[in-house]
Design a protein around this ligand. Structure first.
Ligand code: FMN
Length: 369
């Protein structure tokens, strides 16, 4: 049998050997924004999974850009050195394409870690003043963010630029701009959180302006032979929110700025959206973007099964899949999918004997164990 999931894919200048990628996943395990040994283990494990591309978790471009005090950042020399240590380590064990997701948490910042309740930090817990397009709180019980002035926005663009330069120095293959899940750039895109009356609010053209300025600034300073992509929303799943039609327009504008790929997610701008979560529930949004914009498109969201992933690629709904929870649950997911789809894939030499074909009856372990 031939598998489309295991065919190569060109993104930017790079050719991925297959279409299975690892989604960015916050670990809330950094110290002052600097990666720790946890990240060596976490990213090292995912890097030898057989996936072709790995996105380092949402990384704040300033200390105030974090969701929690334990998020990864890329704004200090210490952060840069800590990330370089992890990147060098991953490079030493895997050829996987490795990039970082740059972000600002907007009004969802200054929060507790998920396992400490997710809610906003209190003043005696180190809360900081959050910023957003407008002074509209995330939900009842959350503090009002400060509406960003144009000078705040310019400064923040500068911080994205500095982080992009650090990402280049660290040796990352690509940058992903985070513009979904209700963090700052998607707060600009969504009419639910963007109530501005200047040229950054109102029409879609205006709401896209700041995310596109950030993208452009990052694209300009990141080396031309490495790519910049974006994670976007397919919809807010709320009447009056960001829509699938708008996602198509935004993806088209990103493409015109030189965006190499988009991964299409959804939701997160408000906490009470009714999201019909089920297998592949965001795939139709990716499919629209891929078909109408013609940009390299990733599908994400409850893609858990090899045949399901294969069908997404075979049916032309997306160019690649992006896996989060399934990959944490089973970091050998790509190797298992290859077996399920009858495809032979390379293993790290140290693990070659783990391939089921090497444990058929009659095969011995050899003289040396
Ligand atoms: C532990 C965890 C951390 C996450 N952190 C991020 C993140 O840093 N950036 C991001 O864009 N999405 C993040 N997500 C969302 C995933 O990337 C993905 O979009 C979502 O989980 C749906 O995919 P899945 O069904 O394969 O898990 C996170 C998800 C999980 C489970």
């Amino acid at each position: 049998m031939t598998s489309q999931l295991f065919t190569p894919l060109q993104i930017g200048n790079r050719t991925l050997p297959n279409r299975i990628t690892v989604a960015p996943m916050c670990q809330y395990s950094a110290i002052n924004g600097s990666m720790t040994d946890w990240h060596l283990m976490h990213l090292g494990t995912l890097a030898i999974s057989g996936a072709s591309m790995l996105v380092i978790e949402m990384t704040g471009v300033t200390p105030a850009a974090h969701i929690t005090p334990y998020c990864v950042g890329l704004y200090s020399d210490d952060n840069e050195a800590a990330m370089k240590r992890v990147v060098d380590y991953v490079r030493s064990i895997s050829p996987i394409l490795l990039g970082v997701q740059l972000a600002h948490a907007g009004r969802k910042g200054s929060a507790h870690r998920p396992w400490q309740g997710h809610g906003p930090l209190q003043a005696d817990e180190g809360a900081w003043q959050t910023q957003a397009p407008s002074a509209v709180p995330l939900a009842a019980g959350w503090p009002a963010p400060q509406a960003m002035s144009k000078s705040d926005m310019q400064q923040l663009t500068g911080a994205f630029v500095q982080a992009a330069k650090r990402a280049a120095r660290v040796g990352l293959d690509f940058i992903e701009i985070h513009s979904t899940h209700g963090y700052l750039l998607s707060e600009f895109l969504s009419p639910l959180s963007n109530k501005r009356s200047d040229e950054y609010g109102g029409s879609l053209e205006n709401r896209m302006r700041f995310p596109l300025e950030v993208f452009r600034a990052v694209r300009e300073v990141f080396p031309a032979d490495r790519h910049v992509g974006a994670k976007i929303s397919g919809t807010d799943f709320v009447d009056g929110g960001f829509t699938p039609d708008e996602a198509v327009v935004y993806a088209r504008a990103l493409k015109a700025e030189g965006c190499a790929y988009v991964t299409v997610s959804s939701g997160g701008v408000v906490l009470d959206a009714k999201i019909p979560v089920g297998p592949g529930y965001q795939v139709p949004f990716a499919e629209r973007v891929k078909k109408e914009v013609g940009i390299t498109t990733g599908a994400v969201g409850l893609i858990t099964d090899a045949q399901q992933a294969e069908a997404i690629i075979t049916n032309g709904q997306a160019d690649f899949i992006s896996l989060a929870r399934a990959m944490l649950f089973n970091p050998r997911w790509p190797q298992h999918a290859a077996v399920a789809l009858g495809v032979e894939v390379p293993y790290p030499p140290q693990y070659e004997r783990a391939a089921p074909k090497a444990w058929r009856p009659g095969r011995t372990l050899g003289k040396i164990s």
